[in-house]
Design a protein around this ligand. Sequence first.
Ligand code: UDP
Length: 386
Amino acid sequence: MSKARTIAVVGAGFSGAVIAHQLAKAGHRVTVFEARGHLAGNCHTERDAETGVMTHVYGPHIFHTDNERVWSFITGFGEFVPYVNRVKAITGGRVYTLPINLLTINQFFGRTLRPSEARDFLESIADTSIESPATFEEQALRFVGRELYEAFFKGYTQKQWGLDPSELPASILKRLPVRFNYDDNYFNHRRQGIPKDGYSALVERMLQVPGVSVHLGTAFEPARKVEFGHVFYSGPIDAWFGHGKGRLAYRTLDFEVFREAGDYQGNAVINYCEQKVPYTRVTEHKHFAPWENHACTVCYREFSRACGESDVPYYPVRLAREKAQLAEYVDMAKREGNVTFVGRLGTYRYLDMDVTIKEALEVADEFLSRTRGEARMPAFIASPLA
Ligand code: UDP
């Protein structure tokens, strides 16, 4: 191993940190380059200087997974406190629970339906002429009908994506369940929690392995790849190629931060579903850590907009135009040699934290099995175009 060349990992979010950890543990020397001044990418957490509240600096992140390998890996770096995300939604001057569940349906329609009655009722108001929903709007109309769609999804989605739901894929709405019971857990996964010391502390511990050196505030120039045995790149795929085929579109977020005494909204996340309210949601961070006590509170009002050149990219847009561009970048990436593109930005996909970690573990597995056999590492392990 001593003669093996150092591995470069670009980006210290979950993708980069997991790969660096796994490779270093197997005996490789790894240098991590992170352009920003902190670890953990958009999962970064830090204590608010004024209130002492642990804040999710780039917006709310709740860890949830059904993948036992991911859960046992991540919980090896710090305690997770069980946490169930119970999102509230304001629309039409009323507060409801999300995801759409029996309470939402009964309150919205002023009914007292039981599960099977609610199922029949939604089927009676749904647009059953839509056989295979392709767009977000068709998916909503088919499964919850026009009234619930317009109250909870239409305005929020227009604000979040800057597009009409008729232009967006059904996959975005499929993230949210519809339940015919009173379960208002936002996620279906068995394992859910919030890291007690925040996400950045987890990533810091992950990178505290002999063999890993981390350079914060250090961008990585693609031309430097020849200096390394292999490069794992979790930055934006189009940036690696100097945006030669155009810029891939992202949504970015702006946060209006405000602080006050006491409890502002009584819940971690409240969505504002109507178009007329300019923000999408308000996050009150101290409710993510109910085991802590804080006299004051810090909240983020969240606004979504198109991502400019110097903004932080959050959500990949992935419409037909971007997918065509992406296909060109994927071809270029496959010809690049000794670079593997990973994570949300490297593969231009809307990935949750657990999927990011799962894929990063698999990338590391693949690399370790190939270095034994001397075979070349592919540019991707999961197709970005799927
Ligand atoms: N969504 C909506 N109304 C809501 C919450 C979500 O229309 O109150 C739609 C919206 O298009 C959003 C998608 O569902 O982008 C996925 O929501 P999720 O809460 O998973 O988004 P994230 O927390 O990843 O931003």
